[in-house]
Design a protein around this ligand. Structure first.
Ligand code: KG4
Ligand code: ZN
Length: 359
């Protein structure tokens, strides 16, 4: 096997996307994704049991599709990697079982990797070797985290504070994408709401309504400098819309969408740049489904430039959950000579971010 350019297949099933990606080093060869999002739409959120069953049905065809696109046979692979957490327990199990079966059947090394670190590693497929150290802001339907990444494979100096991937802050209630989805529902927009709010906001005014910025008061900053909170904002939007409806006035959907989006993006960017500045780090990486948001990208780039901080955002298809990100981190494990996971590695729905590679 080539250590610099290993051929790795990655499997991702932590939420509602069955992702199978194949990479050779930093080169993306295939990124097959089967999403069960349509099956969850009528519930307004992901239903774990529906997701698990969909993964089971999609797994083999998605692996076949990835191999076909990449033009490789399973026997050509150097290693298999799989998300072993965090995520929905039943959904993770399907991917982990499939990866173990492949690794055992093919006699290839297996790497059980952390979903969050995979969101960071994926950027290598688009922009080349990761800037380390960097601060990563991961914002999706399931997570809102600020990470300090000194080694994306997780190897640090042996102390909890000195781990390769460390959490600097996270949401204390809803994830950013969850807030987009819930506010979209209040506005009568389809699920998942993020892209619809993004679109509606283009016709509205960001300053029409002054919605709250969570955890930004001086008192909150003392305890939660790099943490997020979106539940108060979500409630504020719902109350505002209800009051409008009660008074019989039409709801200005575009203005509500733009003002809500501004409140989320303002806080996300402000805290991410504060995190980078506080560590003297000059690179900010943004990942997760919400990274597709046009206002978030704009604000991040505009404000970072004035601080001399560089921003890297993978293209939208690589920001949402996919198998290529897991393959990318797996390839990095091989390239950096990390010890493969054991074949009895567990799926862990609440895997800490510092546990990048399963033992
Ligand atoms: O990473 P992802 O595909 O799945 C996980 O949740 O892990 O992220 C999906 C989330 C959804 O909440 C969706 O509404 C949000 O990302 N999203 C967006 C945009 N595109 C997707 N949020 C804001 N603006 C967007 N353009
Ligand atoms: Zn994710």
């Amino acid at each position: 096997m080539s250590r610099d350019e290993p051929l790795v297949l990655g499997i991702e099933t932590s939420c509602d996307e069955t992702g199978v990606g194949i990479v050779r080093g930093h080169t993306l060869l295939a990124d097959a994704v089967a999403s069960s999002v349509d099956e969850h739409a009528r519930f307004g959120g992901v239903v774990p049991e529906v997701a698990s069953r969909a993964h089971l049905e999609a797994m083999v065809p998605t692996i076949e599709r990835a191999c076909e696109t990449a033009g490789v046979a399973l026997t050509d692979l150097d290693a298999i990697s799989v998300t072993n957490g965090p995520g929905l327990a039943g959904a993770l199990l399907v991917g982990v079982a499939a990866a173990k079966a492949l690794a055992l059947g093919l006699g290839k090394p297996l790497y059980g990797v952390n979903h969050l670190a995979s969101h960071v590693a994926v950027d290598q497929l688009e922009h080349g070797a990761l800037p380390e150290p960097c601060v990563a802001m991961l914002v999706s339907g399931g997570h809102s985290s600020l990470l300090r990444v000194t080694d994306v494979t997780g190897v640090g100096d042996g102390t909890p504070e000195g781990a390769g991937v460390v959490s600097m802050g996270a949401t204390i209630d809803d994830a950013a994408g969850e807030a987009f989805d819930k506010v979209a529902r209040v506005l009568g927009l389809p699920f998942p709401g993020g892209p619809h709010i993004d679109k509606a906001a283009r016709e509205g005014s960001q300053v029409a309504i002054d919605f709250p910025r969570g955890l930004t008061s001086r008192r909150d900053l003392e305890r939660h400098r790099f943490d997020y909170s979106f539940s108060g904002l979500k409630t504020a939007v719902a109350r505002w819309v209800e009051a409008r409806e009660r008074s019989g006035e039409p709801v200005p959907v575009a203005d509500v969408a733009a003002s809500f989006q501004e409140a989320v993006c303002d806080v996300l960017v402000r805290k991410a740049l504060d995190a980078a500045s506080s560590e003297g780090i000059e690179d900010l990486l943004i990942g997760g489904g919400v990274a597709a948001n046009s206002r978030l990208r704009y604000l991040a780039e505009e404000r970072a430039a004035s601080l001399g901080i560089r921003v890297r955002v993978p293209r939208p298809g690589l920001c949402t959950d996919n198998g290529a990100m897991v393959a990318a981190l797996g390839a990095e494990m091989v390239a950096r000579d990390r010890v493969p996971s054991s074949l009895d590695l567990p799926a862990d729905s609440s895997l800490p971010v510092t546990d990048v590679l399963a033992g």
